[in-house]
Write a protein that binds this ligand. Structure first.
Ligand code: KG4
Ligand code: ZN
Length: 337
């Protein structure tokens, strides 16, 4: 595949408004407007998220075009996240992207958010993984083991039966009284903690599927028991608790990733999605590269959490393959993989 199109992309599936411009595989700009309105609520409030997208989208797009030094006429297409995500949030990005594409006479390119997390690996500065590769995609809403046979040919070979890995991080953090989103907080605290301070049992789920809800209940009961004996337990041991919780979540993810490597014989392994920013996960992957000969692909931090550069890369692959959206394409919170 040749990569030389110039694509602008809009991402608005959850609580970040992002606009990016890429040429080929090179990111010319990737502007992310984080929404701070949700911090006080301990989670994303969908109604507030869509309102903030409406406020942010025009200035974010102006900033992205200016930073890229690109004008509308130079673009080959306008990519946007069609789903999955929050209906109201998606609606803002989808309507805006399609209207603007129509106004400037360029094709609109609908993109699946989870394909895009994986295809972030095709962005420079790295080289795209060799095909086929395995990708562990771990975000706030999804946990998937994906066999990538081609950029447009992917198969989910394992998934969570309940909570997503990012959701597990966020829920455990909430139990510990940490602010939202809890994943980065646990990551930070775990750095100075002992991962073996407290042991939690791993759920037994057959095959390549995963489960995190049992772990959440286990940790809830553990904290209740300890706090009953010592009301300052969490405050006194927060580093050790965070490290042990992280160790338990990563244990589930890594055991299934290893099982996927054994089952497929594929040693080319990537991680993607918000949780791939986790330093513990990144370190564990590097260890498997050194000890087991895996070729590992770890995205740069800015392409782990939600960003429009990954949407642009996916849009570019669609464009180069001759795929185009329809004017009737609608946001789909449950867009099938
Ligand atoms: O991919 P993403 O930005 O949004 C979704 O598509 O869901 O993922 C967000 C998730 C949140 O659950 C957040 O807590 C988690 O990624 N996350 C992390 C870290 N950074 C973000 N989890 C663990 N460690 C991190 N460093
Ligand atoms: Zn995401």
């Amino acid at each position: 595949m040749r990569y030389n199109s110039c694509i602008l992309a809009i991402e608005s599936s959850c609580d970040d408004t992002s606009v990016a411009v890429i040429r080929g595989r090179r990111v010319l700009s990737n502007v992310v407007a984080n929404q701070s309105v949700h911090v006080n609520y301990g989670g994303v409030v969908p109604e507030l998220a869509s309102r903030a997208h409406t406020q942010n989208i025009v200035p974010t797009m102006e900033a992205a075009l200016e930073a890229a030094g690109v004008i509308a006429e130079e673009l080959d297409g306008v990519a946007y996240t069609q789903g999955p995500g929050l209906m109201g949030s998606l609606h803002v990005g989808v309507s805006f992207a399609k209207s603007w594409a129509y106004a400037i006479g360029k094709p609109a390119l609908p993109v699946h958010h989870m394909h895009a997390h994986i295809l972030a690996h095709f962005l420079e500065p790295g080289d795209p993984p060799k095909l086929p590769f395995l990708c562990l995609t771990v975000s706030g809403g999804h946990t998937q083991l994906v066999k990538v046979k081609g950029p447009l040919n992917m198969e989910v070979i394992g998934t969570t039966r309940d909570d997503a890995a990012g959701e597990a991080f966020d829920k455990m953090a909430k139990l510990m009284g940490l602010p939202y989103p809890g994943g980065p907080e646990i990551d930070r605290l775990a750095d100075n903690g002992n991962p073996n301070a407290f042991a939690f049992t791993r759920p037994s789920v057959e095959g390549l599927d995963m489960s995190f809800s049992g772990l959440k209940t286990q940790i809830l009961h553990f904290l209740q028991r300890e706090l009953h004996a010592n009301p300052s337990f969490v405050a006194e041991r927060k580093h050790d608790i965070a490290a042990s919780v992280q160790h338990a979540i990563l244990g589930i993810l890594l055991s299934k990733l290893e099982a996927a490597v054994s089952a497929t014989g594929i040693l080319e392994v990537a991680i993607a999605g918000g949780v791939s920013a986790n330093r513990g996960l990144r370190k564990e992957l590097e260890r498997r590269r050194d000890e087991r000969g895996w070729t590992v692909h770890i995205p740069p931090m800015e392409y782990c959490t939600d960003n429009a550069a990954m949407i642009a890369m996916t849009g570019a692959i669609h464009f180069e393959s001759g795929l185009r959206g329809e004017i009737a394409d609608a946001p789909n919170p449950r867009l099938p993989f």
